[in-house]
Design a protein around this ligand. Structure first.
Ligand SMILES: NC(=O)c1ccc[n+]([C@@H]2O[C@H](COP(=O)([O-])OP(=O)(O)OC[C@H]3O[C@@H](n4cnc5c(N)ncnc54)[C@H](OP(=O)(O)O)[C@@H]3O)[C@@H](O)[C@H]2O)c1
Length: 127
């Protein structure tokens, strides 16, 4: 079972479909929201026999990461991997960005997710 943060983005969907179609993997996609459109797509994938599920979790908020982790573990069991794809693409050199743009680009990086993954309990369960 794989958790893909930012899984509804361009790369996340490519990885999800690859893992689900070629390896029959269970894949959990997360983003900051869990819209009706995403639920509809999730249902279509599941009708096609793919084990792809959606949950909402903002990776810059530690409590949301911990809650998503517990929910995924309870519902789907052991992790085989986490793909950290959550990000905001603002393609400009750092020196040309405003402080707000820098903040938006970087807030998903050394985030709650990383702190949480460094914790010993998580290292034991994810491997
Ligand atoms: N595409 C490329 O060629 C390329 C090359 C090098 C590096 N990258 C990096 O790879 C990552 C994924 O690329 P992509 O093309 O798939 O980008 P994308 O289509 O913009 O997808 C990124 C996803 O991240 C989610 N996201 C943003 N902030 C989040 C947060 N705080 N918590 C949870 N989810 C969050 C967004 O979903 P929500 O709006 O639902 O939150 C979005 O669907 C990016 O970080 C990008 O910088 C991409």
């Amino acid at each position: 079972m794989y958790w893909i943060t930012g899984g509804w983005g361009g790369l996340g969907r490519i990885f999800a479909l690859h893992l689900a179609k070629n390896y029959n993997a269970t894949v959990i996609l997360s983003g900051r929201n869990d819209s009706a459109e995403r639920k509809k797509q999730e249902a279509e994938w599941q009708s096609a026999g793919l084990h792809i599920y959606s949950i909402a979790a903002d990776v810059s908020v530690r409590a949301e990461v911990e809650s998503a982790y517990s929910r995924i573990r309870r519902q789907f069991g052991e992790f085989d991997g986490v793909l950290h794809n959550a990000g905001v693409i603002e393609d400009r050199y750092l020196a040309q960005k405003t402080p707000d743009e820098v903040h938006r680009s970087l807030r998903q990086r050394p985030t709650a997710l990383c702190g949480w993954m460094r914790s010993s309990e998580t290292r034991r369960s994810i491997g």
